[in-house]
Design a protein around this ligand. Sequence first.
Ligand code: SAM
Length: 318
Amino acid sequence: MRFARYFNALRYAPRGRRLEVARKIRGAVTKEPSNVAGGYCDIGEFKSFEQFEIKYRILAAELGCAGKIPPPGELDFLHAMVDLDDVRYPGGIGSRDYFFLTALVSILAPRRVVEIGTLTGFSAAIIAAAIHRQHGSSNGITVETIDARTHCSIDETRPIGFEIPELIPELASNVRVHTERESDFLRELGTRDKFGLAFIDADHRHPWPLLDVLRLAPHVQGGGWIVLHDIQLGTYGRKAEEAGETLEGGMPYGAEWLFDRWPFRKIRSFHIGAIELPERKGALVPFALNMVEEPFEVTGKAAKRIRRALYQSFAELI
Ligand SMILES: C[S@@+](CC[C@H](N)C(=O)[O-])C[C@H]1O[C@@H](n2cnc3c(N)ncnc32)[C@H](O)[C@@H]1O
């Protein structure tokens, strides 16, 4: 391992465990193969209902569930969501994205999912409904969703997650909303290895998506999947700017770089994608060390805080 990396590991590892963590990081780098044959599949955009069924079958085969078809009520539910399109709140995922998310949850059938980035709760409701169609009426919490804010940026009068009881009244108690929290809150929840799937749709500036993945990884079962939203946002922003458009807000590359450089198995559907976690989470360390060297899109004091948090997250993986 390069000296600068070892030095950073010593510098940023949790106090009291610096030497131990730095040694483990060095061990993980030496032990893990640098070339991982991850496998990449692009299933294309889910443009319509006809495509939902076709792509569902392709995705099912790709995920080792050949022959699986959407359960009763799935298409009707999606129809009802699409009918809302004209009156939807801004900021939530669009239909092509929730078709993919629904298909993935439906095929993999996790019992519990964690989401980072709730906003109105639209995607959390989509996930909870898909879990319900697989497992019926279980009473427990099926979706934990975490947001840094208390109220929605798109309407400061509405609390985070307000749409959940509107969209899925009978399932709202299956979704637990955690506000003023970030992905490190999972440690407090004590949910190690409890989730079959995760969805990250929060701060897209590098290295936030990376940090979210590393913090989620101990809580998602080995071989589980993490869905990333906006995996082409940076490129979209650059092209729009080149075409002379003025865009509001940044168009960060964080999720895009993370997806593109992910060395393990991954599946893309236009600008949403899923990455598979390795069985041994320590295998993430060499990849993460490379990603930390990419220029941060988060700047100032926040960048320092995140750098430290990244090294601290390694300690949970090895
Ligand atoms: C794009 S919106 C989420 C949309 C939602 N997933 C949907 O499709 O309905 C992003 C949300 O992430 C939250 N957020 C931003 N940075 C965060 C962070 N570091 N941790 C947790 N939430 C964050 C914002 O407050 C915002 O509500």
